[in-house]
Design a protein around this ligand. Sequence first.
Ligand code: ATP
Ligand code: MG
Length: 261
Amino acid sequence: MTAVAPIVQLAGLRLDRGGRTVLEGIDLVVPRGSITAVLGPSGSGKSTLLAALTGELAPAAGTVEVLGAPLPRSQRALLERRKGIGVLLQGNGLLTDLTAAENIALPLRAHTRLPPPVIRRLVGMKLHAVGLRTAADLYPRELSGGMARRVALARALALDPPLMLYDEPLTGLDPIAAGVIMSLIARLNASLGLTSLIVSHHVRETLPVADRALVIANGRIVFSGTPDALQASPDPLLRQFLRGEPDGPIAFDAAARTEAA
Ligand SMILES: Nc1ncnc2c1ncn2[C@@H]1O[C@H](COP(=O)(O)OP(=O)(O)OP(=O)(O)O)[C@@H](O)[C@H]1O
Ligand SMILES: [Mg+2]
């Protein structure tokens, strides 16, 4: 048996944006097969952290290892590594003049040389995986918000990436659609043997499917552990965050944070 490298490993990571340090001292190991909830107030740096994992944002200091090796520097090698990372962004990003099936086929057309009948089959399987087999020929405008999110999820899965990054996957969905998406994310993680990071401010919907939780605030990781340990924590900062209270140890605007630092 050989030791399997963690799918994500961050050490001493510092991330700057617009000349300002957003996150620093970030150490994180994400085990394969896990679902990690990444929580924290707006502007705390959750999306910035995901940008570092895809290599979209280069670290100001420290190291980023994804899928068992440091992110490559060359653009070409980075694009190759990114095929192993499925990303679902808040806006869905579906092309409006393509059908659901055509949207899902895009990454397969761009990154493989598979013949059209094989691509059609794979697209059918992805649609099936998200429970939308009958929606193949619908255009994005004909889909409900929840269906469109599922098509975007199928497209993120098109190349069978072992690592999935979700940025606010529940935004704009009603509670029922949100529940469907969250359980789909959990089901796919288990059935396809994926590893998932879910950035979300929907604490109540996200924690139940997560094995681990991270809370980011004030420029660092302020909690890393199980959802149960998070819920039970007496830390005033975590209590403030979990209860959604505006006043407390979390400085809610960046200016206040800079002054306090
Ligand atoms: N492209 C950018 N240029 C400069 N500053 C940026 C850029 N993107 C983000 N920031 C700043 O970095 C900080 C963290 O932003 P980020 O988008 O990572 O927060 P977040 O936790 O994802 O917030 P939200 O929950 O609102 O999505 C914020 O202060 C933001 O203004
Ligand atoms: Mg964000």
